[in-house]
Write a protein that binds this ligand. Structure first.
Ligand code: NAD
Length: 324
């Protein structure tokens, strides 16, 4: 099944390599649509076959196991919830490792940790596998419109070779080679840690300001114009303030997973992280209160409950900003 382009990404002068993709959820569904639209032949699998319907209609092939995906494609991409899921598709008679040819390529784009790929690198050292970590930012909307930010950890030669594949899913300006194996995972966890910390800090100050009698829109505009501004205050919080949207495209269960991995990473390198631990606990409280599938910004609702009202700008204020 392997074409002569195995271990390459092809070019405009030849057929594009076949991409095997495992994990067609909120993120993987958009990423595969963009790969398909760019012309990459796809072999896909997921626990939920229905998640592949659109891709199959567009010419993708279904595989019954991760092994078959790896054995039928020129490179494999995984986009799975947690390190446990990544380990599950890697191992065993039906796993990716069993299906990859010697010299084969596997890019894990999940937000995860290096242990799984490091373990394979050790046990399969003689096989010359190319294993990269390349987690992403940009939410499900970024996956859908092909504008993900991608943080790649791995060898420079592999990153250069695979750039066209990344460009089919991400913003070419924001596909960053951030270091060797594992660096992509670490950068992604630190980004999420800081963004989630901004979220909690913002919810806190907006709630206190409103409780003190300041108009929500005025307070938020003052923050945007101040040295305390952040992308969260200037952009991301507006989905709550204007639409009551807490982003169900990213489940709070996964946000808690990321925060747990971030605190674990800090522990493994011997850094005390009082603030990160506190943010993790606040997210876990929100998850316990509102359920696993609640949106990643749901911790804001804890503050809204204490405040006794939702944090929403008046429609007029919103309209003024759109017009400006
Ligand atoms: P999701 O839960 O929506 O999708 C995961 C998919 O993997 C599901 O379709 C599930 O059926 C499938 N799956 C699980 N185990 C499997 C197995 N053994 N074999 C085959 N398929 C399996 O998750 P998501 O929101 O797409 O997130 C995926 C990864 O991307 C996570 O690591 C997450 O942290 C990260 N991420 C998500 C977002 C976001 O906004 N959703 C943004 C950036 C990064």
């Amino acid at each position: 099944m392997h074409s002569s382009m195995n271990a390459s990404t092809g070019s405009s002068h030849g057929p594009l390599p076949t991409v095997g993709f495992i994990g067609l959820g909120n993120m993987g569904s958009g990423m595969t649509k963009n790969l398909q639209a760019t012309g990459y032949p796809l072999v896909v699998t997921d626990l939920r076959r229905e998640s592949a319907e659109g891709l199959l209609a567009g010419g993708a092939r279904w595989a019954d196991s991760p092994r078959e995906v790896a054995a039928s494609s020129d490179l494999v991409i995984t986009m799975l919830p947690t390190p446990k899921h990544v380990a599950a598709v890697a191992a065993g008679a039906d796993g990716i490792v069993a299906g990859l040819p010697d010299g084969g390529t596997w890019i894990d784009m999940s937000t995860s940790v290096p242990e799984v790929l490091d373990g394979i690198r050790r046990t399969e050292e003689h096989r010359g596998l190319h294993l990269l970590d390349a987690p992403v930012s940009g939410m499900s909307v970024g996956a859908a419109n092909g504008m993900l930010q991608i943080f790649v950890g791995g060898d420079a030669v592999d990153v250069a070779r695979l750039r066209p594949v990344f460009e089919a899913m991400g913003d070419p300006e924001r596909i960053l080679h951030v270091g060797g194996h594992g660096a992509g995972y670490a950068v992604k966890l630190m980004i999420n840690q800081l963004w989630f910390s901004h979220l909690v800090a913002t919810a806190e100050v907006l709630s206190v300001g409103v409780a003190a009698g300041v108009d929500l829109g005025v307070l938020r505009d003052a923050l945007v114009a101040s040295p305390a501004n952040s992308t969260f205050v200037s952009r991301d919080v507006l989905s709550i303030l204007d639409h009551g949207d807490y982003d169900e495209g990213f489940a709070i269960a996964l946000a808690c997973k990321d925060l747990g991995l971030s605190v674990d990473l800090a522990r493994s390198v011997g850094m005390p992280v009082e603030l990160s631990s506190l943010v993790e606990q606040i997210f876990r409280r929100a998850r316990a209160r509102f359920g696993d599938l609640a949106g990643e910004m749901t911790p804001v609702r804890l503050y809204e409950e204490m405040l006794g009202r939702d944090l929403r700008r008046e429609a007029g204020e919103h309209a003024a900003e759109v017009a400006a």
